[in-house]
Design a protein around this ligand. Structure first.
Ligand code: C5P
Length: 239
């Protein structure tokens, strides 16, 4: 099994209004950050081209497209996405048909497919409003099991659910956790947040951090702080 350093376990979410803003941040973070998430905001201002730019800079790329559509459409979309040379791609983990189609579209390419379990800004009340009576934790574990059985490589889940997901799946199944905040930091619009230390201790493999770094007065110092927390928590973890 290949070794992944604490530095390579931090994924910075490039939720930025322009390519210039994203470029400035990436150049400023220099060698400190090796993995970036390109999501919906950046997508509409040239995010896919920027993903190629990041690859030329030898950065890893997580395309957070949160795909959800009929099987045929998802299969063809993933088939094309698998040619982009990115490392991770997200698909909503709501139904097995969509996930099976994604696995088929990926084929034997190295792209890792991650299922979004339950968005980290949702509460139990929000799920009731959607007509779902399961609480976010139970639903996240249920969807993680489906993703695991369907051949996904991992899930996006709150650190609050990481321990139960690890127990319900397998050691190599990737748990990527957003909604990460330092103790005492603001939550923004996130609901099911966790500190980096606790998320890693609970079994998360990668942490996705956006605003705490992108809006920091010194993003590099803040990124180093998160990496230090990941390193310390990994040292205290059995595996
Ligand atoms: O700024 P912040 O650290 O809250 O950013 C978290 C990132 O993770 C955002 O880009 C958001 O889209 C993403 N995300 C999330 N919850 C999920 C899946 C993705 O917050 N379940």
């Amino acid at each position: 099994m290949s070794y992944t350093s604490a530095r390579d376990r931090l994924i910075v979410a490039l939720d930025m209004p322009t390519l210039e803003a994203a470029r400035t941040l990436v150049h400023g973070l220099d060698e400190t950050v090796s993995f970036y998430k390109v999501g919906l905001e950046l997508l509409f201002v040239g995010g896919l081209q920027f993903a190629q730019e990041l690859r030329h800079m030898r950065k890893r790329v997580f395309l957070d497209m949160k795909l959800l559509d009929i099987g045929n459409t998802v299969e063809r979309a993933v088939n094309n996405a698998a040619e982009l040379g990115v490392s991770f791609l997200t698909v909503h983990g709501t139904d097995v048909k969509t996930m099976r189609a994604a696995v088929s579209g990926r084929g034997d390419r190295p792209l890792k497919l991650l299922a979004v379990t339950v968005l980290t800004n949702l509460t139990a009340e929000d799920l009731v409003q959607q007509g779902c009576t399961m609480n976010p934790g139970d639903l996240a574990v249920h969807r993680a099991k489906l993703a695991h059985e369907t051949g996904f490589d991992g899930v996006i889940a709150s650190g609050q659910e990481a321990e139960r997901i690890r127990a319900a799946t397998s050691p190599g199944f990737l748990i990527v956790s957003p909604g990460i905040r330092l103790a005492g930091g603001g939550a923004d619009d996130q609901a099911r947040i966790m500190t980096p230390d606790r998320a890693i201790a609970a079994g998360a493999d990668y942490l996705v951090v956006g605003r705490p770094i992108t809006e920091a007065s010194d993003p590099m110092v803040m990124a180093e702080t998160f990496i230090r927390h990941i390193k310390e928590a990994r040292a205290g973890r059995a595996v």
